[in-house]
Write a protein that binds this ligand. Structure first.
Ligand code: F6P
Length: 366
């Protein structure tokens, strides 16, 4: 099948490197004489038929720029559409037929969907409806099992690590406990790797339930050894032994409506109350998703984009570009979404953290 016209969209929470993927896909496609339609705001662009015609000028100079020139949305779900004027949170509508219609109307031969877990689920449903889709995995959370690393994660990791470095000096000066809250949803990758890289003392991750008393004991033990400050890195999805997490809000229409958040304040208050040591919470939030991508993410995004276009040319529809053992490969989208990649509590990374004296605030692990 000859490919003459493709669409590309970026969906879900944004992350550094999206523009680099759009650039790589577009430059390669244009070189092959393929027209590129850039749909606005994820699948919303296909619902509303809003797109830009991408030229070499459109993608010139965007390699280093964070965010996405196409816009993104993590609430525009065509299968449960809640946005005005077509739907409401109370009356979500299935507009998947509209998406299929617009795809055909624009005479597109393929769609490249760049997104995380939620986007891949939608992409798979459209594949089952007959849309030729190649997916590219994106998320700062790094929680997709079929790929060693998603682009965006390295940039988020650098931001979190720099924050921990900076918090060290102020914690030391004021003899405080600083609790830094990282993103990551139900996976502890950003927290664990930034805590290892930044020399955090305690790290709380969703995969290893914490216990308040273990945290308190560890901090008081540090104090008794003359260490007058401590750094706690808490993943937003960390849970205690009772399975309680901190939920900040719910977002109607989103594939995962729960927005985690609040753990840093909770732990800070608990530590101050039980140890008498002054504590402060620092929530990194969306700073982890903003700004320029790291060199690694620019490189990885360019490889992902190039691979995705190759897959379109080869007719590998229903597949996702994957990065495994430092090489590009491909996996079925259906397999990529079958389970999340989470930290192994008994794996090498957790062991390395324990070996350098870190605590997970856990009775079982340490
Ligand atoms: O999946 C990416 C992510 O940044 C998560 O780490 C976080 O839980 C969530 O998105 C935040 O979403 P929102 O942009 O809706 O606040």
């Amino acid at each position: 099948m000859s490919i003459k016209r493709i669409g590309i969209l970026t969906a879900g929470g944004d992350c550094p490197g999206l523009n680099a993927v759009v650039r790589a896909v577009s430059k390669n496609a244009l070189t092959h004489g393929i027209e590129v339609f850039g749909f606005k705001n994820g699948f919303d662009g296909l619902v509303r038929n809003e797109f830009i015609r991408i030229t070499n000028e459109t993608v010139s100079g965007i390699l280093t720029v964070g965010g996405t020139i196409l816009g993104s949305s993590n609430i525009a779900n065509p299968f449960k559409y809640t946005l005005a004027p077509f739907g409401t949170p109370e009356n979500p509508r299935n507009l998947s037929d509209v998406v299929m219609h617009n795809f055909k109307e624009n005479m597109l031969d393929a769609l490249i969907a760049v997104g995380g877990d939620g986007t891949l689920h939608m992409a798979q449903k459209f594949v089952e409806m007959g849309m030729p889709i190649v997916a590219v995995p994106k998320t700062i959370d790094n929680d997709l099992s079929a790929t060693d690393q998603t682009f965006g994660f390295d940039s988020a990791l650098h931001i979190a690590t720099e924050a921990i470095d900076r918090l060290h000096t102020t914690a030391q000066s004021h003899h405080r406990v600083m609790i830094v809250e990282t993103m990551g949803r139900y996976a502890g990758w950003i927290a664990l790797r930034s805590a290892i890289a930044g020399g955090g003392d305690i790290v709380l991750i969703p995969e290893i339930p914490y216990n308040d008393e273990v945290i308190v004991k560890y901090i008081l033990n540090r104090k008794s050894k003359g260490k007058t400050f401590s750094i706690v890195v808490a993943a937003e999805g960390a849970q205690n032994e009772q399975g309680e997490t901190s939920v900040a809000r719910t977002v109607a229409g989103s594939t995962d409506a729960i927005r985690l958040g609040g753990i840093a304040n909770k732990i800070s208050n608990m530590i101050e109350e039980k140890t008498g040591i002054e504590s402060r919470a620092c929530v990194l939030g969306h700073t982890q998703r903003g700004g320029t991508p790291t060199a690694f993410d620019r490189w990885l995004s360019t490889l992902y984009g190039t691979k995705a276009l190759d897959m379109v040319l080869e007719g590998k529809f229903g597949y996702m570009a994957a990065f495994r053992s430092f090489a590009m490969s491909e996996v079925k989208i259906a397999d990529a979404i079958s389970n999340l990649k989470r930290v192994n509590p008994h794996g090498a990374e957790v062991r390395a953290a324990l070996e350098v004296g870190m605590s997970f605030g856990s009775r079982e692990i340490g």
